[in-house]
Design a protein around this ligand. Structure first.
Ligand SMILES: Cc1cc2nc3c(=O)[nH]c(=O)nc-3n(C[C@H](O)[C@H](O)[C@H](O)COP(=O)(O)OP(=O)(O)OC[C@H]3O[C@@H](n4cnc5c(N)ncnc54)[C@H](O)[C@@H]3O)c2cc1C
Ligand code: FES
Length: 274
């Protein structure tokens, strides 16, 4: 890997000229394996840390010339100038990123995509499965600064509950489950039965990210109760900003690009759970 050479010129120059910053090198400050095959990478990027909104993602570029396309990851947390992502090692790109250490450099572009709409004073139920949890950790972090919002995290894991410790400081309540016990629908049913779905007379809004079958089940669950539901899609991507048309999804408004029209769509727009 290349050692980091500090230079934010390209970002500063683009911003000064009124442009979105192009891809640029950033310094990795921390890399830790949370559970086998799941890594949390932190890098220093004042622009992304300042501008990222919930469910927006960053493109990370590999060093391999045979993999020119970047890999998208939801922002999972910010701390001052630092930005973290959490990812599963599933292929060659993530394998390379998992080998990075503090002091290494990586090329990054972002923040990209349309975020969750969290302007409403509401009880936000953050429903995530597997590697859908990182963007919802960041959503909880941002909503923790909003006195009009309440949050309940509902997380489903295959086995180890590796992200609970990251969301607990931000969410008002956290419940999680693994495959030995059930899934996020099991938790949503329990929450409803225990009266935990409604808080202080606020509207309940479901924000969700995870595997497709899980999100379809969450949208159907929300539709049955006439609850607002926004879903952040994890489609395979190329460019990440609307030019290659690799990432389309069928919606009631026709085929849309997950990277530029999303990744967040309402259940109504996706035509799910109607
Ligand atoms: C908006 C967005 C946010 C994402 N956020 C996260 C995140 O926070 N954490 C995380 O672990 N992953 C996230 N992903 C998925 C992540 O981008 C892929 O896992 C990664 O690009 C795989 O790269 P690779 O080179 O290791 O795998 P590849 O060799 O490219 O592929 C390996 C396997 O992963 C599958 N895959 C590749 N890309 C995707 C994708 N976009 N969605 C679903 N399956 C895919 C392939 O079909 C293949 O089976 C996100 C994807 C999107 C679109
Ligand atoms: S990834 Fe290129 S258009 Fe969406």
């Amino acid at each position: 890997m290349t050692a980091f050479t500090p230079t934010y010129d390209v970002v500063d120059e683009a911003v000064a000229a009124g442009y979105f910053p192009p891809r640029h090198p950033v310094e990795i400050t921390d890399a830790v394996e949370l559970t086998p095959g799941v890594v949390r990478l932190t890098f220093r990027d004042p622009y992304i840390a300042k501008h990222a909104r919930p469910a927006q993602f960053v493109n990370l570029f590999t060093y391999d010339p045979l993999m020119p396309m970047p890999r998208p990851f939801g922002v999972s947390e910010t701390d001052g100038d630092l930005v973290s992502v959490i990812f599963a090692v599933v292929g060659k790109g993530t394998e390379e990123f998992a080998g990075l250490d503090a002091g290494d450099s990586i090329q990054v572009l972002g923040p990209l995509g349309r975020p969750f709409d969290t302007k409403q004073a509401a009880h936000y139920v953050l429903v995530a499965g597997g590697l859908g949890v990182p963007p919802l950790i960041y959503t909880a972090q941002r909503l923790a600064a909003d006195p009009a919002a309440r949050t309940t995290a509902v997380f489903g894991y295959r086995n180890e509950h590796f992200a609970d410790r990251f969301i607990e400081p931000y969410a008002d309540a956290t419940v999680s489950i693994d495959e030995s016990e059930g899934n996020v629908i099991t938790l949503l049913d329990r929450l409803e039965a225990d009266g935990g779905l409604t808080v202080d007379g606020l509207d309940t809004v479901i924000l969700s990210c995870g595997p497709l079958p899980m999100m379809k089940a969450v949208a159907a669950w929300a539709a049955k109760r006439d609850l607002a539901c926004q879903l952040s899609m994890e489609q395979r991507m190329g460019c990440g900003y609307g030019t290659c048309v690799l990432c389309t999804v069928d919606t009631v408004d026709g085929r849309l690009k997950v990277c530029a029209d999303g990744p967040v769509f309402t259940r109504e727009r996706l035509g799910w759970g109607e």
